[in-house]
Design a protein around this ligand. Structure first.
Ligand code: DAT
Length: 196
């Protein structure tokens, strides 16, 4: 299967910096001459679940929506062609492996994460639950179980400098991906029917 541009999943425990990274990365990709031709789009999957009703209701115990996976995946069919999607979500194991070209798992020191989530006015149990998940590396382990080892990258997200470094690193990765797939554009028409 070929795609003209890669799809990047930015994942991590809530509060690790997914949305901030995705926004900055989007700007960088749109500004760089080597990548600006693509229709880059930041897809905040949590927002999409709410907006498109891809859930079976609010779960009071977990303080989150019970996601309807089939409906969500139907909504996300758009990721497949031509690519260039920045998917931003704390869950990483729901997507078909073939949709994703790079998985960025953001990590944060747990005490800093606690402060970030407090500012978000999360309840104590939700802060504790997310903090434990970060310490137990739940998202990182899920990513490693769900995708090929070589496409999963773990990045620290504890300072603006690290964020800038991460964005530059991902931009360079996109440029390398494009160079590796330079001939795929010619094949796209042939492959359209096979992308599912
Ligand atoms: P997420 O989308 O993973 O829930 P976010 O992007 O909303 O996280 O970030 C949560 C808060 O933390 C927000 O106030 C921005 C801040 N933040 C995230 N990454 C950071 C970093 N690398 N350096 C400093 N602040 C950061």
């Amino acid at each position: 299967m070929s795609r003209s541009w890669p799809n990047i999943l930015i994942t991590g425990t809530p509060g690790t910096g997914k949305t901030t990274h995705a926004a900055q990365l989007l700007e960088a990709l749109q500004a760089a001459p080597s990548t600006s031709a693509a229709p880059w789009q930041h897809v905040n999957v949590g927002d999409l679940v709410k907006e498109k009703g891809c859930h079976s209701g609010w779960n009071d115990e977990w303080q989150s929506w019970d996601v309807d996976e089939d409906k969500l995946l139907d909504e996300l069919e758009i990721v497949q062609h031509p690519g260039a999607k920045l998917l931003d979500w704390h869950t990483c194991d729901m997507f078909p492996e073939r949709w994703i070209d790079l998985v960025v798992v953001l990590r944060c020191d747990h005490s800093q994460l606690w402060t970030r989530l407090e500012k978000r006015a999360y309840g104590l149990s939700k802060i504790q639950e997310n903090n434990t998940a970060e310490i137990m590396e739940v998202v990182l382990n899920d990513a490693r179980e769900s995708y090929a080892e070589e496409i999963v990258v773990e990045l620290r997200s504890e300072s603006p400098e690290q964020m800038e470094e991460n964005v530059n690193r991902i931009l360079q990765w996109v440029e390398a991906w494009r160079a590796d797939h330079a001939n795929d554009d010619d094949d796209d028409d042939d492959d359209d029917g096979e992308q599912s």
